[in-house]
Design a protein around this ligand. Structure first.
Ligand SMILES: NCCC[C@H](NC(=O)CCC(=O)O)C(=O)O
Length: 445
């Protein structure tokens, strides 16, 4: 049976804002306190989804979470009506309040890790929502994310859902941002590649010193166990601590893989040669394409500023891949020149397509952060919720929905407006009907 990579992009939420919440993420800190545009952000994201769908790729959408999270604020001791909770929190603990307002669920690469049925011993598609332990504002995402995933992939015959790993630094898990899969055709068993930032249970191993390593080796191993992966087809690699300290907070800021191709920066991994050998051994007889970007052509700093590697690498026809890159790649001379050169070389990357996702980029999220890849065969696609797949009609409906409900501009002051919660809930309630999700948000339960 044929299988496809389906990209599930996150819709930018109605409270999209820049609050400088992610230490180690250069863009997040640099753009703190700038005004954001939720409307522009959501429309930019939708335009990318539509473009990929128009290329003949399978494209779907994941809804944003409800923000501000007044339930977490209540857990932290704020009381009264929702408006009172918001007012107290914004006045008494503005930083905590800002964290509960983040629309960070838009980066669905971090929502979960997914293993296709071809890789799992029980023949089911496995999902583990990421605990996102390292950042408070993200650690509160998983309960609703889990409900959304279960609402879309409900049929237990095909889909297995696991709880997030235990919270805390030891099992810090950032989802698919640190996970890539290599395969021949999408329906064949693949090699699952887990990249981690540090060993949590061994302090003698190398680790970054300036910025946090968000994903641990032990977390990656736990996911592989839960997903019933074949150990011979599972490869682990440590991200180079120096690149984490240079602002590469997830592996998808320094490498991206698709089918038989790994596009990576030469400084991405510790023990690179070993990593490439392990991948090739697990992959088998067929040759993997390792497209190495030398530091001489593109420095780590250029990679972090342009988000060259936070591109999507998609297959348009057999052996013909395109890089879906953010506009910032055109603004950086080294990166632009490199991209012009790479498509002329002997490798599967034949095209570069540029999209404007600036609203997301200012928080450190490029095209790859905005999507979760779910490989599904025809039966699994048929068993999933059909209302989340992008068609011309759904694109038009969602664009009109954004135009109706989203604000043009949002500043820190606006976040304290209790009316924003009312607006968001009204919008999300309508969205769950459009996407046929049932009740997934706390205010609906
Ligand atoms: N995969 C991209 C994730 C980007 C995300 N940024 C943020 O949460 C920034 C939010 C802010 O600073 O307002 C992060 O660092 O996890």
């Amino acid at each position: 049976m044929q299988a496809f990579e389906v990209n599930f992009d996150g819709l930018v939420g109605p409270t999209h804002n820049y609050a400088g919440l992610s230490v180690g993420n250069v863009a997040s800190l640099k753009n703190a306190d700038q005004a954001s545009s939720p409307k522009q952000g959501a429309l930019q994201g939708l335009a990318k989804m539509k473009a990929l769908s128009d290329m003949g790729l399978k494209q779907a959408v994941l809804p944003p979470l409800e923000r501000p999270d007044v339930y977490v604020l209540r857990q932290l001791g704020f009381t009264g009506s929702d408006a009172e909770v918001i007012k107290q929190a914004a006045e008494q603990a503005p930083a905590v309040y800002a964290a509960t307002c983040s629309a960070s669920s838009m980066w669905t690469a971090n929502a979960c890790t997914v293993s296709p049925s071809a890789d799992a011993a029980d023949g089911k598609v496995h999902f583990t929502a990421a605990n996102l332990s390292n950042k408070f504002h993200r650690s509160i995402e998983s309960p609703t994310t889990s409900r959304v995933l279960s609402a879309i992939f409900a049929d237990e015959k095909y889909f297995a859902h696991h709880q997030p790993l235990p919270l805390g630094d030891h099992f810090g898990d950032e989802g698919a941002a640190n996970h890539t899969r290599f395969c021949n055709a999408y329906n064949s068993a693949g090699v699952e590649f887990f990249v981690f930032g540090k060993y949590a249970f061994d302090n003698n191993k190398p680790a970054p010193v300036k910025y946090p390593a968000r994903q641990t080796y032990e977390a990656s191993q736990a996911i592989a166990r839960l997903h019933q992966l074949n150990p011979n087809k599972t490869v682990y690699a440590q991200q180079h601590p120096d690149v984490i300290d240079a602002g590469v907070f997830h592996n998808d800021v320094i490498s991206v893989g698709n089918q038989d191709c790994l596009f990576y920066h030469e400084n991405a991994f510790l023990n690179t040669e070993q990593v490439l050998n392990d991948l090739q051994t697990a992959f088998g007889d067929q040759q993997l394409h390792f497209v190495k970007v030398p530091a001489e052509a593109v420095s780590v700093e250029d990679a972090v500023n342009s988000y060259l590697f936070n591109s999507q690498l998609v297959t348009l026809s057999p052996g013909h891949m395109a890089i879906i890159a953010p506009g910032e790649c055109q603004e950086n001379d080294n990166v632009r020149q490199y991209l012009e050169a790479v498509v002329a070389q002997d490798n599967p990357i034949k095209e570069v397509k540029i999209y404007d996702v600036k609203q997301s980029m200012r928080n450190g999220g490029g095209p790859a952060c905005l999507r979760q890849r779910v490989v599904l065969n025809e039966s699994e696609i048929a068993a999933a919720n059909q209302s989340v797949f992008i068609t011309d009609e759904l694109y038009a409906t969602l664009s009109a929905w954004v135009e109706k409900h989203y604000r043009d501009s949002l500043t820190e002051k606006d976040l304290a407006d209790p009316q924003l919660l009312v607006e968001s809930r009204t919008a999300l309630d309508e969205l769950t009907k459009i996407l046929n999700l049932g009740s997934v948000y706390p205010f609906q339960l």
